[in-house]
Design a protein around this ligand. Sequence first.
Ligand SMILES: [Ca+2]
Ligand SMILES: [Ca+2]
Ligand SMILES: [Ca+2]
Ligand SMILES: [Ca+2]
Length: 167
Amino acid sequence: MDKIALALATVLVATAAPAVSSAETVVTQSSDGTITTTTTRTRYYYGGDTNNNGILDSQEFPRYVYYRWDMNGDGFITDDEWQLSASRWYPTNTQYKTYTAWDKNGDGRLDATEFDVVVTQSNLFNSWDANADAILETEEYETATFNLYDLNNDGKISLSEWRQGNN
Ligand SMILES: [Ca+2]
Ligand SMILES: [Ca+2]
Ligand SMILES: [Ca+2]
Ligand SMILES: [Ca+2]
């Protein structure tokens, strides 16, 4: 019975960690016999890359964050989803301790429009976009994502930090 429970837990962890990227390798041979291998990497950005160009820009960013916070994918950020994400995405800003100030229509949850205001007013994109060119390069995206998991800022992601980030 314990084995079954453990196997189930493993499956849940595996499915909770989303596919971040896929790699496609193209091998071409030119007429002189030279073989060239090119690998391109495509990121999914959780559906936030709405124009599908492989890059998150400042317009797309709020929706990307929204998809990541809406863990059950029902289209709303509820109190429990807010609690799980706010302290990781806004570790130093107590303004984001609760969602109630952002719930303009008072229905107890945040829809995409309400949440866009949160992301825009908090200037979250600017803190991710280190070179301030209004797009997130791979390195900027990776650094910011790493920081989401590295809760104690020691430059490493422990197993427990990894689990907390994927719950
Ligand atoms: Ca894009
Ligand atoms: Ca939800
Ligand atoms: Ca609402
Ligand atoms: Ca940038």
